[in-house]
Design a protein around this ligand. Structure first.
Ligand SMILES: *Cc1c(COP(=O)(O)O)cnc(C)c1O
Length: 396
């Protein structure tokens, strides 16, 4: 037998973490890595955060799981907090980002079908989007590498160029149900939707009774320096998918909606065995205890600005390697002149710095939101050393 016990769908690298300490990961062989990947924007509180650990331990010892057939005092607390913090009136808890997007897609469709508008089934989605790996969420993306071998796709998605409002207008028709969009494309390369684009989608949704569905799975829960990124656009969505950072490493997500948008999500229409169980709710509440306040959010914005300003100066020293810096808060991309993956590998192997490569030649920086000044210094030391010897290798 040559297949590995772990289904070989990931090209896993040689780093084999066994322990985490704040912003560092420690490998099987004791090597320490500076973690600017944070489980891909998941470990918002870093590793081994005492508040998060304590909450999970205590809840695990008290009550780990009950069915959604019963009342959920734990879920009500977290749902109410999310309602108070956002545009939303109601929340459905999931176990992952893709499930949160699935729930968002269903909510958008049933919004129309519950009013007898059975033809309004199509969501306009955007090139290079990433919404997850389930059948519906791969169908919502135009990325063929995710489709290959898994056909047929689910119908009901129309692909549009990102940040192109004129093209969006041309695609709206009698079958349109709404828009599904990442305000900042994560996997697509930290491509930030412009103000005009996101505001324009809101206006088009209002004019045509369409659902504006935001995928904030990566941008959400303080990552961009506001609780959700939509706040920075001065608009509110109808439906929003969130996950990744919300559990700080505990697998959970949620679909948020206004009362109007959720009009079709009545008893019996949707469900999840695990979604919203007490253990997940304890993790979510512990994360919000840390991140959902003005001081913390201001710090994320401040740290993000400081890192971006320094990065902009830094890339000036390497005009052949780097093109520009973009992103919001602590969701930062360095667009390179060529593929970012070899440089990401170089930083990992030779400088013990973990980053993530993304689309559009972009190196993604997603440090824990609790990162301190010492780790920011360590990052720039590693990056400087990494760029210097990478440039030399390339020249040789
Ligand atoms: C990661 C991600 C998802 C999928 O989340 P999973 O938890 O892996 O299912 C969906 N949308 C966006 C924008 C993401 O970054």
């Amino acid at each position: 037998m040559s297949i590995t016990p772990l289904m070989p769908v990931y090209p896993r690298c040689g780093v084999r973490p066994v322990r985490g300490e704040h912003c560092h990961l420690i490998d099987e062989d004791g090597t320490r890595y500076l973690d600017f990947a944070a489980g891909i924007a998941v470990n918002s509180l870093g590793h081994s955060h005492p508040g998060l650990i304590g909450a999970i331990q205590q809840q695990a010892a008290t009550l780990m799981h009950v069915s959604n057939l019963y009342g959920s005092p734990q879920g009500e607390v977290l749902a109410q907090r999310l309602v108070d913090l956002t545009f939303a009136d109601t929340v459905f808890f999931t176990n992952s980002g893709a499930e949160a997007v699935e729930c968002a897609i269903k909510t958008a469709r049933v919004y129309h079908q519950s009013a007898g508008n059975d033809e309004r089934v199509e969501l306009i989605t955007f090139n290079n989007a990433f919404h997850g790996r389930t059948m519906a969420t791969i169908s919502a993306s135009n990325q063929e590498k995710m489709h290959k071998g898994f056909l047929p796709l689910l119908p009901g998605f129309k692909y549009c160029e990102f940040d192109n409002l004129e093209m969006v207008k041309s695609l709206i028709g009698p079958n349109t149900a709404g828009f599904l969009v990442e305000p900042i494309q994560g996997e697509g390369g930290i491509r930030t939707g412009s103000d005009e684009f996101i505001k324009g989608l809101r206006a088009l949704a209002d004019e045509n009774d369409l659902m504006l569905v935001l995928d904030e799975v990566q941008t959400g829960v303080a990552r961009t320096g506001t609780f959700y990124a939509y706040e920075q656009y001065g608009i509110e969505p109808d439906i929003l998918a969130t996950a990744k950072g919300i559990g700080g490493g505990f697998p959970m997500g949620a679909c948020l909606a206004t009362e109007k948008a959720a009009r079709g999500m009545v008893a019996g229409t949707h469900g999840s065995t695990y979604g919203g169980n007490p253990l997940a709710m304890a993790a979510g509440n512990a994360v919000l205890d840390v991140v959902a306040n003005d001081e913390f959010l201001a710090e994320v914005r401040d740290k993000g600005e400081r890192i971006r300003t320094r990065l902009e100066q830094f890339i000036g020293n390497y005009p052949d390697m780097f093109e520009l810096v973009r992103g919001k808060g602590l969701m930062i991309g360095i667009k390179m002149k060529s593929e970012s993956r070899p440089f990401m590998i170089h930083l990992r192997e030779n400088h013990q710095l973990l980053t993530v490569s993304a689309g559009d030649n972009t190196l993604r920086l997603l440090p824990p939101l609790v990162i301190g000044d010492a780790e920011i210094e360590e990052f720039f030391e590693k990056l400087s050393a990494g760029a210097a010897d990478y440039e030399n290798t390339e020249a040789a």
